[in-house]
Design a protein around this ligand. Structure first.
Ligand SMILES: *Cc1c(COP(=O)(O)O)cnc(C)c1O
Length: 361
């Protein structure tokens, strides 16, 4: 037996499995499995990346000042309370590394994002799963699960893969009720899809136990660039800044994100299309006898009668070149998560689910 062993917790991590992007033997696939923006990034972001190509020998900025200023401008936030990371995933990991260790508990919800558990275990802490109420975050259940060892509470609002969210009054009640050593992390990966919602940033200004994460991977169409950010109190921003890699974000990534966030007309257009097509898709699925919860994000969670039916439908869709996301590992074996694509993709997936349901009868 080798004496070279990883830290406790690491081997309890089930490696993350992303959304599929290929089907054996099928070309021309439509990928609706990773909640990507079907329209891609803003053309301004693409141009900004091109302008960095002759400077690739230079190290990027370590303080991310230009990007933080752009985020602060567009969202009316304080630039010195922003930290940028390699996707919001990096920020989630930094939070675990900084605030949770052996003996500490990290709360996440039943159908919450996989990274919360991975981050907690990676830091040697104990992940604590709290049940949801009909696929919605349950504030009372979270408060009941808190102990003197609770250090972090992660909720995604809107949540992935359920698409549901809780209102600000509930979020505030949660923040108010937490034990004093616990930090509430509001993962706002899908916040941009909710008109007039700031992801909870205003709460950061009035409470010292709230932290918000955001990403450029979803609405901004920059998943391949890996840029996310966090918004917190000066104390938390200082702590995370000490462990963040100084050159974590590449120059092309910084340039793309800055241009993308400033292109507010493009953002508006993508948000409006998502809202329209999401409603169309969930209505179409309901007509075929497949219900979805009301989604506030860029995907819907289609619910089937059984795990067998969900699996059979997934295989049927794959034969037609449509890739959606199985969510069994999120405790939702009857579900298929379907990203809201462009209009032809939405029509195609709804049509084929209709054929599947008709064939079943
Ligand atoms: C997609 C997603 C993220 C974002 O991940 P990045 O690392 O920013 O690409 C974070 N949280 C949730 C719930 C997500 O679905």
């Amino acid at each position: 037996m080798s004496k070279i062993e990883p830290q406790p917790g690491i081997l309890d991590i089930a490696p993350y499995v992303g959304g599929k992007s290929h089907i054996e033997g099928v070309s021309n696939v439509t990928k609706l499995s990773s909640n990507e923006n079907p329209f891609g990034p803003s053309p301004a972001a693409q141009e900004a990346v091109k302008r960095t190509l002759h400077e690739l020998h230079r190290y990027p900025a370590t303080d991310h000042a230009a990007l933080r200023a752009a985020i602060a401008d567009v969202h009316d936030l304080k630039a010195d309370r922003i930290i940028c990371g390699v996707g919001s995933d990096e920020i989630l990991h930094l939070l675990c590394q900084a605030y949770a260790g052996p003996g500490d508990e990290v709360i996440h919800t039943e159908h919450g994002f996989a990274i919360y558990r991975i981050g907690a275990l990676g830091a040697g802490a104990t992940p604590v799963e709290v049940r949801e109420r009909e696929r919605v975050t349950d504030v009372d259940a979270i408060l009941e699960a808190c102990t003197e060892r609770t250090k972090l509470v992660f909720i995604a609002n809107p949540n992935n893969p359920t698409g549901t969210m809780i209102g600000m009054a509930e979020v505030e009640r949660l923040a108010e009720g937490l034990p004093e050593q616990a930090l509430l992390v509001l993962d706002g990966a899908y916040a941009e899809y909710v008109e007039g919602y700031d992801g909870g940033a205003r709460l950061v200004h009035v409470r010292d136990n709230v932290f918000v994460t955001r990403t450029f991977s979803k609405l901004y169409g920059l998943g391949g660039m890996r840029v996310g950010w966090g918004y917190g109190t000066p104390e938390v921003i200082d702590v995370l800044g000490r462990i963040r890699g100084p050159f974590n974000l590449s120059a092309p990534a910084l340039a793309a994100a800055e241009a993308a966030i400033r292109d507010t007309a493009y953002v508006e257009k993508c948000r409006a299309e998502n809202t329209r097509l999401r409603a169309w898709l969930s209505d179409a699925l309901a007509e075929h006898g497949v219900p979805c919860d009301t989604s506030t994000a860029n995907f819907v969670l289609a619910r089937f009668g059984s795990q067998d039916e969900a699996e059979a439908c997934d295989l049927f869709l794959q034969k037609q070149g449509l890739i959606v996301r199985r969510v069994t590992s999120y405790g939702l074996p009857h579900g298929l998560r379907i990203t809201v694509g462009d209009e032809p993709s939405c029509r195609r997936v709804a049509h084929n689910i209709g054929l599947f349901k008709a064939g079943e009868r």
